[in-house]
Design a binder for this molecule. Structure first.
Ligand SMILES: Nc1nc2c(c(=O)[nH]1)N[C@H]1C(S)=C(S)[C@@H](COP(=O)(O)O)O[C@H]1N2
Ligand SMILES: [Mo]
Length: 545
């Protein structure tokens, strides 16, 4: 058993116990309601990392890992952190070459890593000084553990063993003495085994503690109970979805997307758990009178329902970061009118509990479209990951400039004074949704039999509407697809085309025309800075029958 391994294990053990103390402390702070922002060093570091992710990396992460991108980030963090701790353990622990170890250097490095955690905590939204306590205490516990373990290793090191064994001979200078006692049966090896056991034990204990910290925060239960109490939310004038909006082709995206199948995109590492009883929406900025709404105010208001298709700016051609639901909420324009918007304003900056912001053109929130302060999706209270208790939905604009989840503030302002979260990160300040169409069936890569083949999918041009969808097979002419009914210009529209397929390989493309007569562009664009474009094309292999 090498002294290197023993050193590495002391470092990892100390790191694990540090995080356990910090995560449990953070959970206790959250439960007592005394924390300001994020007290968990893991969440703070991950959050700080996400906030500094350049657009190309965000694009890559979503394209490669999809909605698992957060799991990948946390796993990556765990790997990097384990490596750093192991390295600090090796540097600080005593070794044959350095019998006393480099304890001072090791402890300083460990303290520096703790300081990075504290720094990350201080940069989170709504930070207050008490948030740093768990990480500071955790780091002190880790330093103590390291010091103790390294002391034991020093006692166990061949040098000190040799000294006591050879009675006064200066064994620390003699390599022969070292080789003698470091045999697997030597006392040094036995003590190193004990330190290894201690380090391993601390690692296991730490891992359990970290998990305990995650489950200890009771916020998720509060939210679950609140959602159950709300039950189904009904309005005076509900949306009825006409049967003719659905063509029902197997494999085609359903007209209505259920909440639990809806795509999820946000910067939140863990889903914010917001208690509707303490939630408030403040309307501030260039208004005659600031106002504050409670959740009960929303429940008591004249709520409306609207069909709106949300789309993420990061959606690639043919991608699935798009979904359609019935949203229940209060028109934003009513609330803005109550506050009184002052002359010169042209933007509403909405803010989330987690610090995310979106800058929406004031016009899109005051014209006659269904821009809503939303409390329900498809009749049910919002799911936590989709913004419970309250989010925004604005037809026609990508989510990053409009659809703030866990929203707590609407600031009436100007584009030349404020900017949303993604704007300084390389995305356009304005984000109107580009006309798009997608082939759902046949699925790319799945061969079909010759004869009658149904090609089907969805097309969207929110707040303009879809007028025509055309399909091109091979180098044939564009053929007009059959459209399902369009209940509103704010939602997507199903389309299908029956094709008499002959054996062979064919490229199938789709393009849509919006209700202003504009044909979807074939110009290829990546998502950044203002949304992907280009025709969705798939290769279909037709097999002889
Ligand atoms: N608080 C918060 N709200 C947010 C975001 C976010 O990162 N944080 N992302 C926005 C983006 S980019 C999109 S596309 C939509 C996605 O909403 P969904 O996850 O409910 O589909 O939420 C928007 N609202
Ligand atoms: Mo998005």
């Amino acid at each position: 058993m090498s002294s290197r391994l023993a050193g590495a294990v002391t470092g990892v053990g100390a790191g694990a116990i540090t995080l356990a103390v910090a995560e449990i402390g953070a959970a206790l702070l959250a439960r007592s309601g005394t924390q300001g922002g994020t007290a968990s060093p893991l969440q703070a570091v991950a959050g700080a990392f996400v906030d500094r992710t350049p657009p190309w990396l965000k694009d890559f992460a979503i394209a490669t890992f999809g909605t698992a991108d957060k799991l990948v980030l946390l796993t990556g963090m765990a790997v990097v952190l384990t490596g750093i701790c192991a390295l600090i353990g090796i540097i600080g622990a005593p070794s044959p070459h350095r019998p006393a170890g480099r304890v001072g250097v090791g402890l300083a490095l460990f303290a520096a890593v703790g300081a990075v955690g504290v720094l990350a905590v201080t940069t989170r939204p709504q930070f207050s000084a008490v948030d740093t306590l768990p990480t500071i205490v955790g780091t002190l516990v880790g330093l103590f553990a390291l010091d103790q373990l390294w002391r034991r290793l020093t006692l166990a090191s061949p040098a000190s063993q040799g000294t006591s064994a050879s009675q006064g001979t200066s064994a620390s200078h003699g390599t022969s003495a070292f080789h003698d006692v470091s045999t697997p049966h030597g006392a040094g090896a036995a003590s190193r085994r004990a330190v290894l056991a201690w380090g391993g034990g601390l690692t296991v204990l730490g891992a359990i503690g970290i998990l305990a910290g995650q489950t200890l925060s009771r916020a998720a239960e509060v939210v679950m109970e609140a959602r159950e109490r709300l039950g189904i939310l009904r309005v005076a004038d509900p949306v009825t979805v006409p049967a003719a909006a659905s063509q029902g082709v197997p494999g085609q995206a359903a007209y209505i997307t259920p909440g639990d199948e809806f795509y999820r995109i946000d910067t939140a590492i863990t889903v914010p758990q917001v208690d509707p009883d303490t939630w408030r929406l403040r309307v501030t900025g260039m208004v005659d009178e600031e106002i504050e709404l409670t959740f009960q105010d929303l429940l008591d208001a004249d709520l409306v329902e609207a069909l709106v298709t949300l789309t993420c700016v990061s959606n690639t051609v043919g991608g699935h970061l798009v979904g359609n639901s019935v949203w229940t909420g209060l028109p934003i324009r009513d609330v803005l009118a109550r506050a009184g918007v002052q002359d010169g304003a042209d933007m509403v900056l909405s803010t989330s509990v987690d610090g995310f912001t979106a800058g929406t053109p004031l016009e899109a929130m005051t014209d006659d479209r269904n821009a809503l302060i939303v409390i329900a999706q498809n009749g049910e209270p919002l799911l936590p990951e989709h913004g419970f208790p309250v989010r925004l939905v604005v037809p026609g604009l990508y989510g990053y400039v409009s659809a703030t989840k866990w929203v707590t503030e609407l600031k009436v302002t100007r584009f030349d004074q404020d900017e949303g979260y993604w704007t300084p990160r390389g995305w356009s300040a304005l984000g109107p949704i580009k006309t798009a169409s997608r082939i759902d069936v046949p699925r790319a890569g799945e061969p079909v039999n010759a004869g009658e083949v149904v090609i089907a999918g969805v097309a969207w041009a929110q707040h303009r509407g879809i007028e025509r969808v055309e399909v091109r097979i091979g180098d044939g002419d564009w053929q007009e697809a059959t459209l399902a009914q369009e209940p509103t210009i704010d939602s997507w529209r199903q389309w299908k085309l029956v094709w008499q397929a002959e054996p062979g390989e064919s490229a199938v493309s789709v393009r849509a025309t919006d209700a202003t007569g504009e044909v979807q562009t074939d110009e290829l664009a990546r998502p950044a800075p203002n949304g992907a474009s280009g025709w969705h094309t798939i290769d279909v292999r037709v097999e002889g029958s």
